[in-house]
Design a protein. Structure first.
Length: 299
């Protein structure tokens, strides 16, 4: 796969040719310590790890319908792209395998963009800005990224931070969303699945589930804003630290339990329960609602 061209008295160059299908691939390129790495894959698996080296290294196992693995640098941007013969949703013509299993190491401060059709994605210790999308596949991230956007149309999405402040937006259309150990601004959405949040200090929190339960353990900064909503699912909010704030909770069909402050009241002319109260000086704003499910608010 590598061809070395040497001429007496001249330099020696190593050229990386296209990867042939159904074989192992291993190449590396020098990289900017905080550049952009972009990965595109149709089917298979993608694993990316951050290192202290100033290079990007790719190891891959390619199915027989993979035409080419493009691995190239343009300034501070590196592209890794799997080209498949015949397309057809990640498969080549007939029954030939168009999947690629990619293992990639990048400088830990890299920005990372991943687009995949049918691939599970894992990212570890890559601490630049992250943008990750999979049409069908699970996404697992462990990172100190300050800005993260991750979306799976069909699969679970899990993010674990290191306690630092972040701006995170995580979505699954059909799957669970789990976020742990970050603070800052967090937006979590699942259309068909549960949302589980275990967070540090947040200034903004918005979490939604159309069909699934939602639970959040969180500490609220001064002037924090929280919105939790489900259509069909229970909501549980557990507060640590200061809880002074304005609270507004409502459920159309379900119980409403409050571990501090007043008790909820039944609506006079329609089903459901409502609770609106101020705790302390009211410097935080918490709004929780569900159409079909119970609400629990505790400290």
């Amino acid at each position: 796969m590598n061809r070395t061209i040497a001429r007496a008295g001249l330099l020696v160059a190593v050229l990386a040719g296209p990867a042939s299908a159904d074989e192992d691939y291993h190449e590396r390129l020098d990289a900017a310590p905080d550049g952009l790495v972009q990965i595109e894959n149709v089917a298979g698996e993608i694993e990316v790890r951050g290192t202290d080296a100033s290079e990007v290294e790719v190891s891959a196992r390619l199915g027989e319908a993979v035409e080419e693995l493009i691995f190239e640098r343009d300034g501070d941007r590196i592209l890794i792209k799997v080209e498949v013969r015949g397309g057809n949703g990640g498969w080549g013509w007939g029954s030939r395998d168009g999947s690629a299993e990619l293992q990639v190491s990048v400088p830990e401060a890299s920005d990372l963009r991943i687009e995949a059709v049918s691939s599970d994605i894992s990212v570890f210790a890559v601490n630049g800005r992250l943008g990750i999308e999979s049409v069908s596949g699970d996404i697992e991230i462990a990172s100190a990224s300050p800005a993260l956007e991750a979306t799976s149309m069909s699969g679970d999405v899990e993010f674990e931070g290191d306690g630092q402040t972040a701006d995170a937006e995580i979505t699954s259309v059909s799957g669970d969303v789990t976020i742990r150990d970050i603070g800052g601004e967090v937006h979590a959405t699942s259309v068909s699945g549960s949302v589980e949040l275990s967070l540090g200090e947040v200034s903004r929190l918005r979490a939604q589930s159309t069909s699934g339960d939602l639970s959040a353990r969180v500490r609220l900064l001064a002037d924090a804003r929280v919105e939790l909503e489900t259509v069909s699912g229970e909501i549980e909010l557990e507060l640590g630290g200061a809880r002074d704030g304005d609270y507004e909770l409502s459920t159309f069909s379900g119980d409403l339990d409050n571990c501090f402050g007043p008790r909820a009241e039944r609506r006079r002319y329609s089903p459901g329960r409502d609770l609106k109260f101020r705790e302390g000086d009211g410097e935080r704003d918490v709004r929780i609602s569900t159409m079909s499910g119970s609400i629990t608010l505790c400290d």
